[in-house]
Design a protein around this ligand. Sequence first.
Ligand code: NAI
Length: 347
Amino acid sequence: MDKIKVTFFSAKDYDKESFEKAELRDAVDITYLETRLSPDTYKLAEGSDVVCVFVNDDLNAYVIDKLYEMGVKLIALRCAGYNNVDIEHAFGKLHVVRVPAYSPYAVAEHAIALLLTSIRRIHKAYIRTKDFNFSLNGLTGFDLHGKTVGVVGTGKIGRIFIDICKGFGMKVLAYDKFPAENSGIDYVSLDELFENSDIISLHCPLTDETKHLINEESIAKMKKGVVIVNTSRGALIDSEALLAGIKSRKVGAACLDVYEEEADIFFEDRSGHILNDDLLSRLISMPNVILTSHQAFLTKEALNNIAETTVNNIITSFDNDWCCDNELCYHCGNIESCRKQRKKKCF
Ligand code: NAI
């Protein structure tokens, strides 16, 4: 039988390394492309059965229609979030599979790393001591112990983040649209969370409902000096409102692994270029903003899990008449529980 043909968009060296080591690698014929999948590049998937994509590949209705016309059958996401895919439009045309959990620890630990770096001024101390400047002026931080952290989204990553925070002796408040029963988590309303948290960390998906969850109005409700951590999706935060909050000193610090307009910027070396995004430039220039470029997932463990699960998702879909547990679909209108409740294919 011919191998399943996969066009792999947004490929980086670390992706190739982990996919080339995947156990069932030989069952698929992978063409690695560095380019992002977009309305301008979809033609590169001509002749493929599968497009394998990441967080900033654009699978809007137009791209989905074009891929469908070209005979592509499957979108294999190498990530958990699927806000970049028009799942509703894909229904009946292309099956969509994802990697629901590759290492929630990687993301939760990165959120903590950003938080500690920011509040203990490690980013500044590192640069100072490299230059043999051993002064401590301006490096005063604060204890996490005893502080209140508000966690939005108590899924896989949010819960690990909560456990770590509890280890620091922090008080945890949480908000989730679907609170976990018997979890011992102290759920409050979103407003209560905004009003009472010293630190707010976002771990919910990006949906129409959560877009710009952090905005001018919600920032106004927060404590002065609040630290906002976002390792989830950039558009959960209205970046203009965040910048205004930082300038007015209402927001004490922002720890960002994601940015709402990251798609054309992140994952590439842009040093030596003029950045055309004034808002991002201004945010980066702030002494109390730390930014990593969507790096939270990047651990060996996560990369290996992504590669193994993605290759398995592809093979299972083709060999098992599209019955793959990691499929997302619109069959019953509820993308994720649909997957859990059925054992059949979505269409
Ligand atoms: P998950 O699906 O296990 O948990 C998400 C939680 O958010 C669920 O408990 C869900 O009920 C809740 N939720 C859904 N709608 C909500 C709403 N309107 N308001 C509040 N809560 C809501 O997902 P997981 O694995 O914990 O991932 C969370 C997010 O982290 C993903 O959606 C993704 O955007 C982001 N992520 C970021 C990575 C990075 O490298 N920066 C890597 C992996 C995930």
